[in-house]
Each structure stands twice: as structure tokens, then as C-alpha cells.
Design a binder for this molecule. Structure first.
Ligand code: ADP
Length: 878
């Protein structure tokens, strides 16, 4: 379509630079969109699609009023789009030809500062990826709303993805040269908006941000992000904190799947907070605390001292109930200091924000006092060298009006006595208004007209109004006639106009002055951004730790004792979430002991007995302990786990359409290749995704590998009862099972984990509980009895063979091979089939075989089967 007008030419020129964004093109009081932007926006925003021009040259168009644009922009951002705001940058009245227009800001999911895309209790991270020669990849993360800025270097792509998942980013910046396949992986696995930035050269204004970083690659990674921010936000980046370099190895590592699966911050299926560990632990009072808690849960620590520092303060807060209560109340009065300082720097803070800031600062001395009373060395060390920003509080106290309006241009923000000049203007206004009030009173008396009044409107200014009915009482020539209405006449006097001029002048000047003063105050506040951010950090820590103390007391948690590389000894441990979801007291507590001669536990037991709850319980207790929280148990000794791997459940993988078994194997590979002696591995029903013998062999090989090669603490649940014999061969493996008992022919789960292997499968009983038809259940029982007999034969044989050459594991595999004919006799091999064919069969035998092969087992009852067997036997002459 041809662009026929100079304005449309201008539009197309600008749009060409912002292909990947909606271009909001300012036209008077509207932002207009054209062509495909218009079509797409009309659909996404449910607004009317119109057209500009006529006939052939019609251009699809839609628009939103500029004063309500924020709402529409937020909607697009929420959906993952970007919006480029193109403003008129010269006064249309002065313009020769088309008004000059420029893009003044690009809003993206990662750079948006407010609106519905920003949630109080969540960070909004923007990530940037910088690949280097070889496998190394730089990762920088920034939260524009809080100023947090972090950077790290990862050694391979899988590690990168795992690290990225922890941030839950909405947008990722990459160089345009990045592999298409990798780009697709980001989009598919992280569901992010991709943005491009190809420059990594230093930015002069941002040198201070990366000052403390030594290495070139780390700086380059930061600069790529900074360059992008400069290009899109086109504003100062003053509120960004100095970039902090961290090593992923400082934190317990969990791959994306494990984090999701353990439901640390949201549930697996519904993605809800309720039902997650975060839900149990979150008793924070501030949004900053809530965000920090979430970060902590996703990144448990490895440093014993730091973890114990947290435990120490939690301990003090539990012991000092009254101080904890005061602290909670005081924290309730603290607003989001982090985001407030972000807005100060970004230049969109208003009077009310500053009042919130002041009120928060008023609470700080009280909070510090409360904490000093606890005598906690950790709390004291945090408060040391932290400014309570009292100067800022004083400044705001003297300058900003408590009940100021949201708008910063209408006055009413600055307090009296802050500025002499402003006080003078205000006096003039007040005096003038008092004079006018007195005038009204005086004229009423003189004229005797009780309804006479002095009014004001924007067009005529102040006037004296007399109703038509009273006009006759007015002495001729007392006032000057100004305006005639249907029912009244409006007048002015010389003096009134003089006062009016004074009032209006004072008003205008005071409005202007207030604005200037406000801007100056805002600048002064900017100087406090760093101390404010430090203060916010400390307050958030206090908030999270009081939350831990609160939860620990409510749910009777205990302080875990950490012994790096030590054993696990949990007494009466509970699963924090399951415990909270079921009726109080119904949870069956379980011990977990791991170490020395029991590093791997092979857990058997019926479905729904509580195997995976038991496994998750250990993982969650470890995460909690290393986050600085107390744990649900009566006693807990724990090592510091460097990594947790879980392979539990598969519901979410199915949703992604990947082959479950392949995913299972990929993740198992991840677990066995990355884990160390100090890791925790949880494998649930590995091998279930393939055929029985295939799966069982794999499961056994995995267990042996972990046992012999890794030595990681491992819980392995399985329904292959055959695997329980491994206890005989692997010295560090112990069988445990979740007990269940039969009562009146049905099964009752006790949820109690006890040593030893489960003795039978309760699958049929579960089926019975589910009320499958009696006939079917009975049939299953018959089949089970058959299989069990078969199994015990195999077992006897295997034991015999494995007794013969117990020396090496390799030979064990050989014995498996020797076993094959026995096992596979259920399913004849090809060669067996052929040889069977070769054997000469009598006609009757053939007939019997035919009958057997064509028999549809699903359609025969046990009785019918027995009758049939009887008939066939008789045919064969038995
Ligand atoms: P499995 O993995 O053996 O199939 P789950 O661990 O999924 O079984 O547990 C099934 C259900 O049993 C859980 O949803 C939970 O409600 C309940 N449960 C599990 N363990 C316990 C326990 N220790 N105390 C009380 N209820 C439990």
C-alpha cells in the first residue's frame, strides 16, 4: 500500500526501526497505529479497527486516547509484546510541514516499570545472554523496578537454562547472531520475549555500575544489557545498583525440572502459590520481604556460616515473642522502599510516593530498636553501617504535605514554612480570598440583598452576582455590569479586579514554584537512592526471618543442625505442605536416616502409600534448612547438599508433548553426570516408561551406578519388587517400605516408612478401593497368584546363579543373561517360535494350540477359563 502523505512517510520511516514493537504514533490526543500493527492491536486490545484515507489507499488504523494509553500499553506488555512510544517533539503550531516525531521510549516486558505486568510480591527480571568463544556464556539479570543487577558466567547451555529458569524472566536479550535453535529453546522452555542487542562496548555513563567487576567477559555481559536499556528506556540508569558478580556454585543447584517438581514457589499444574513451599513459609509483612523470600527459596545457600546466621536470628525471634510482634507491626508500616527508590530514579515519583517513603522511614528507628533488643549478632551486624536515612525523613517531613494530590502540577504538595517565597504567594492568595469573603459580607449588608454572592469562573474571574429579582434593590452604578444570565446579573468592581489579579498571579506563581520545589526535592531524594536500597535490603532480610520464626512457631519446626558432608538424621519429619493441607494431627511423621551403611534407600510400597511424599519431604526439609528456615521435624541433622536432583512425576512433560521416557532418561543422565557425593538424588519409579524388563534392568543399573560411582544420598522408589534383592549385593543400599495393612479385605495406608521391603503389591486392593467390578478383581487375583509363583521360581534360580559368581557386578549382568531363557519363556523368542513350528504336531495338538491363540482373554471369566482349560486338557488325552 502506498504511503501517500508526508506524515505516513514519516510513520513508515520510524516504523522501519521498530519492526518488533507496536508503534504508538502520537497524533494530537491519540496514539495511532497503522497497517499490521493496527490489525493486531485491534484484536489484542479489542478496540475498533478503522481506516485512514479512501478507496485504494485506505490504511488500516486504530488508536487509543493518550490519557488512557497506560492501560492499553500494560495489556500489550502483559501479553509479551513491546511498545514503542513515538511523541511529537515540537510544538505543532511552530512546525513547518509535518511535526517532528521521535520514539522517546520502548516499553518491553522486561523494562516496564508499573502497571498490571508488575506484581508487588514478584521481581520482574530482564536477562541478557552473551555467548563467548567455546562454551562459556555470560548471564546478566536486572530488575528495573528495584535496581537489582547481577551477573555470572555459565559453563554450558544446560546450566544456563537452569540458571535462567530461577529468574522466571519475561524477556531475554541476545545477540542476533545466536543460534536459531538456542533462540527457539528460550522461547519454548522459558516462554520469553526475545530482544536483540549486538553491542557490548563500554558505556561511559555506566562505568560506575561495573566498577567492581574485574574480568572482561563479565563486564561485556553487563554492557550488552546496559546498551539495550539505554536504547529502549532512553532514560538515566541511576537507580541500577552496582552489578554484583556471583558464582552459581554459591547456591544449591537445582535444575529447572526439580524446582518445578518440588513445587517450591508454585504448584506444578495450576501454577498457584497456594500449595507450594512459598505458601507455607510466607508470613512476610512487606512486598520487599515477599520478593526476597521467593528468591531465597529458589536459591538455598551452601555457606554454613551464612545459613547459621539466619538460623541465629530466627532463634532469637522465636524466643522473643513480644519483640517479634512489635517487629511485625512496625514492618506493616513500611512501604516498598525498593520500588519507591526505583521510581525516584526513573523520575515518575509523585507526592504520595514521597509520603509513603517518609512514613516508611519513620518506622526504621523503631525497627532497629526492636532488633537491638534481641541481642542477635547477625541482626546487629546487618544494622551496622546502615544509615536509617533520617535526613531524608526530615527533608520529607518538612517539605511534603501529608494529604497531597496524586498530580504533581496542581499544587498542594509543598508544606507551609518550607519556602518563604511560597509562603508569601500563599499569604497573598489567602489574604486576597479573605478580602473577597469580607467583600461579600459587606456588600450584602450595604445593599440588603441577602442572596448576593461573590463567585469565580475560569473565563470571567471573580464577580458579584445578584439575582434578577433583587436587581431593583441595587443602587445604580454601584458595580460595573459584566455578564447577563437568565436569572441573574454578574458585576465586577475595580477593587475586585485588582485583588483578582493579585490572587491569580500568586496562584500561578505558587503553582510554578511548587512544581520547581518538588522537582528539586526529588533530586535531593535521588542522592539517597543507594542508602535506601541498602536499607531496603536489610529490612527485607528482617522481614523474611521474622516470617521464618512465625512459621516455625506455628507449625512446631526445629532448628536443623548442619554438618557439611555429614549424615541425614531426621526424626519425625513432615512434609510442610501436605501437613498444612490435611487436618491437623493427621500427618504421619517419618524418620529419615541416611549415611554410612545406608546411603541409598530403595522405597517400595503400594501406590498412594506416600512414597513420593516421603521423598519430597527430604528435599523440602533440605531446601528449608539451607534457606535459613527451621524444619518440620522433632530433630534434624543434615549435611549441606550441593545439589538436589529429582525425577518425580511426569504430568508436566506430557503437556509439553515430549516423550516421557526420553525426558526421564535425559534427566537421569543429568543427575548421574552432575551429582557428587554431596548431592541428593530422588528418583521416583524410574523405568516405568518402558517395558518391564527393560525398565527394571535400567533401574537396577542406575542404582548400582549411583552406589558405586557417585555415592550421593539417594531415595529410589520403585514398584519393581524384584529390585529389593539388591540389598544383598549393595552394602550401602537399604530397603524401606511404606506400610499398609489390610482391614476387612481392604487396604489401609499407614503412611509409615519402615525398614525392609514391602512384601506384596497392593495394586489390586487399590483397584478394589476404586470399586472396579468384582469379576475383574477376582480375575486379577488369580493372575497375580500365577505371576507370584513364576517369580519365586525365577528368584530361586537367580539366587542360585548369583551365589555361584558373586564377585563382580559385571558377572551379575552375566547372570541376568543366563536367566533369560527362564524369564523369556513367558514370551517365546523368534528362534523358539521357529523351532516350535518345526516340531511335528499332531492334528489335535494343533487344534488345541489354535484354540488357545485365538482365545480373547478379555472376554473370558475365570470359570470359563478353567472350563476351557479342562476341555483342552481332555482333548490332549490327559
Ligand atoms: P505414592 O508416591 O506412594 O503413590 P504419595 O506420596 O503421592 O503416594 O501419597 C499419596 C497421598 O497420601 C498424598 O497425597 C497424601 O495426601 C497422603 N500422604 C502421603 N504421605 C502421608 C503422610 N506421611 N501422612 C499423611 N498423609 C500422607
Amino acid at each position: 500500500m502506498a504511503a501517500t502523505t508526508p506524515m505516513m512517510e514519516q510513520y513508515l520511516r520510524i516504523k522501519a526501526d521498530y519492526e518488533d514493537a507496536f508503534l504508538f504514533f502520537r497524533l494530537g490526543d491519540f496514539y495511532e497505529m497503522f497497517y499490521d500493527d493496527a490489525k493486531k492491536a485491534a484484536k489484542e486490545l479489542e478496540i475498533t479497527l478503522t481506516a485512514r484515507g479512501k478507496g485504494e489507499d485506505r490504511i488500516p488504523m486504530c488508536g487509543v486516547p493518550y490519557h488512557s494509553a497506560e492501560h492499553y500499553i500494560a495489556q500489550l506488555i502483559e501479553k509479551g509484546y513491546k511498545v514503542a512510544i513515538c511523541e511529537q517533539t515540537e510544538d505543532p503550531a511552530m512546525a513547518k510541514g509535518v511535526v517532528r516525531r521521535e520514539v522517546v521510549q520502548i516499553i518491553t516486558p522486561g523494562t516496564v516499570m508499573e502497571g498490571q505486568a508488575i506484581h508487588d510480591n514478584e521481581n520482574n527480571y530482564l536477562l541478557s545472554i552473551t555467548p563467548f568463544e567455546g562454551e562459556e556464556i555470560g548471564l546478566a539479570a536486572v530488575d528495573m523496578t528495584t535496581g537489582e543487577f547481577k551477573v555470572t558466567i555459565l559453563t554450558d547451555f544446560e546450566e544456563l537454562i537452569n540458571e535462567m529458569t530461577g529468574y522466571r524472566p519475561k524477556e531475554v536479550i541476545i545477540p542476533s547472531s545466536l543460534d536459531v535453535e538456542k533462540q527457539q529453546t528460550f522461547e519454548a522452555r522459558l516462554k520469553v520475549t526475545l530482544s536483540y542487542e549486538d553491542h557490548t562496548e563500554p558505556v561511559t555513563e555506566a562505568v560506575a555500575l561495573v566498577e567492581t567487576l574485574s574480568e572482561g567477559k563479565i563486564k561485556e555481559t553487563c554492557y550488552q544489557l546496559i546498551r539495550y536499556l539505554q536504547r529502549t528506556t532512553k532514560r538515566s540508569l541511576e537507580h541500577l545498583q552496582q552489578a554484583v558478580y556471583y558464582l552459581p556454585q554459591e547456591y544449591m543447584s537445582m535444575d529447572a525440572h526439580s524446582k518445578r517438581n518440588l513445587e517450591l514457589v508454585e504448584t506444578l499444574i495450576d501454577k498457584k502459590k497456594q500449595g507450594s513451599l512459598l505458601w507455607v513459609l510466607d508470613q512476610t509483612e512487606t512486598a520487599m520481604g515477599a520478593r526476597m523470600l521467593k528468591q531465597w527459596i529458589e536459591r538455598p545457600l551452601l555457606n554454613k556460616q551464612t545459613i547459621e546466621n539466619r538460623h541465629e536470628l530466627v532463634d532469637k525471634l522465636i524466643q522473643h515473642f513480644f519483640q517479634r510482634e512489635s517487629l511485625q507491626e512496625q514492618l506493616q508500616g513500611v512501604y516498598d522502599l525498593e520500588r519507591l527508590s526505583g521510581r525516584v530514579a526513573f523520575g515518575n515519583v509523585n507526592g504520595r510516593d514521597l509520603i509513603q517513603l517518609k512514613k516508611s522511614l519513620e518506622k526504621i528507628p523503631e525497627i532497629f530498636n526492636t532488633l537491638h533488643e534481641l541481642n542477635s549478632s547477625y541482626a546487629n551486624s546487618l544494622m551496622q553501617n546502615i544509615s536509617d536515612c533520617s535526613e531524608l525523613r526530615d527533608l520529607l517531613e518538612t517539605s511534603i504535605e501529608e494529604n497531597c494530590p496524586v498530580s504533581i502540577t496542581e499544587g498542594g504538595i509543598i508544606k507551609d514554612r518550607y519556602s518563604d517565597q511560597l509562603d508569601d504567594y500563599r499569604d497573598a492568595m489567602r489574604n486576597g480570598k479573605a478580602w473577597i469573603a469580607a467583600l461579600e459580607k459587606q456588600e450584602k449588608e450595604i445593599t440588603g440583598i441577602r442572596s448576593l454572592k461573590v463567585g469565580f469562573n475560569k473565563v470571567f474571574g471573580y464577580y458579584i452576582e445578584v439575582t434578577k429579582a433583587n436587581l431593583s434593590q441595587l443602587p445604580e452604578g454601584r458595580y460595573e455590569r459584566k455578564q447577563t444570565l437568565t436569572n441573574a446579573e454578574r458585576f465586577i468592581t475595580e477593587d475586585l479586579k485588582e485583588k483578582e489579579a493579585l490572587i491569580l498571579e500568586a496562584e500561578e506563581k505558587s503553582g510554578k514554584l511548587e512544581y520547581e520545589l518538588f522537582m528539586a526535592i526529588r533530586e535531593q531524594v535521588k542522592a539517597f537512592i543507594r542508602p535506601l536500597q541498602q536499607l531496603a535490603n536489610v529490612i527485607s532480610i528482617f522481614d523474611v526471618l521474622q516470617s521464618f520464626a512465625e512459621v516455625a512457631e506455628r507449625h512446631r519446626y526445629v532448628k536443623p543442625e548442619l554438618k557439611p558432608a555429614g549424615n541425614v538424621d531426621i526424626r519425625e519429619g513432615r512434609h510442610p505442605v501436605v501437613e498444612k493441607m490435611i487436618d491437623e494431627g493427621d500427618y504421619v511423621a517419618n524418620d529419615i536416616v541416611l549415611g554410612d551403611d545406608r546411603e541409598l534407600l530403595l522405597i517400595t510400597g503400594p501406590n498412594m502409600a506416600g512414597k513420593s511424599t516421603y521423598m519430597r519431604q527430604l528435599a523440602l526439609i533440605s531446601v528449608m534448612a539451607q534457606t535459613g528456615c527451621y524444619v518440620p521435624a522433632t530433630h534434624a541433622e543434615l549435611p549441606i547438599f550441593d545439589q538436589i536432583f529429582t525425577r518425580i512425576g511426569a504430568a508436566d512433560d506430557l503437556a509439553h508433548g515430549q516423550s516421557t521416557f526420553m525426558v526421564e532418561m535425559l534427566e537421569t543422565k543429568h543427575a548421574v553426570s552432575k551429582s557428587t557425593r554431596n548431592s541428593l538424588i530422588l528418583l521416583d519409579e524410574i523405568g516405568r516408561g518402558t517395558s518391564t524388563y527393560d525398565g527394571m534392568s535400567l533401574a537396577q543399573a542406575i542404582i548400582e551406578y549411583i552406589h558405586d560411582e557417585i555415592g550421593a544420598k539417594t531415595l529410589f522408589s520403585t514398584h519393581y519388587h524384584e529390585l529389593t534383592h539388591l540389598e544383598n549385593d549393595l552394602p550401602k543400599l537399604k530397603n524401606v517400605h511404606v506400610s499398609a495393612k489390610e482391614e476387612n479385605g481392604t487396604v489401609v495406608f499407614l503412611h509409615k516408612v519402615v525398614d525392609g521391603a514391602a512384601d506384596r503389591s497392593y495394586g489390586i486392593y487399590v483397584a478394589e478401593l476404586a470399586e472396579l467390578p468384582d469379576k475383574l478383581i477376582n480375575r486379577a487375583k488369580v493372575i497375580l497368584a500365577e505371576f507370584e509363583k513364576e517369580q519365586s521360581d525365577i528368584q530361586a534360580h537367580r539366587l542360585k546363579v548369583s551365589d555361584e559368581d558373586k564377585e563382580s557386578r559385571t558377572s551379575f549382568f552375566q547372570t541376568e543373561a543366563t536367566n533369560q531363557p527362564t524369564q523369556l519363556s513367558l514370551f517365546p523368542t523368534d528362534s523358539e517360535k521357529t523351532s516350535a513350528k518345526k516340531d511335528a504336531l499332531t492334528k489335535t495338538q494343533k487344534k488345541v494350540l489354535d484354540d488357545l491363540t485365538t482365545l480373547n482373554l478379555l472376554h473370558v471369566s475365570p470359570i470359563e477359563a478353567i472350563q476351557l482349560l479342562d476341555k483342552l486338557q481332555r482333548k490332549l488325552g490327559h
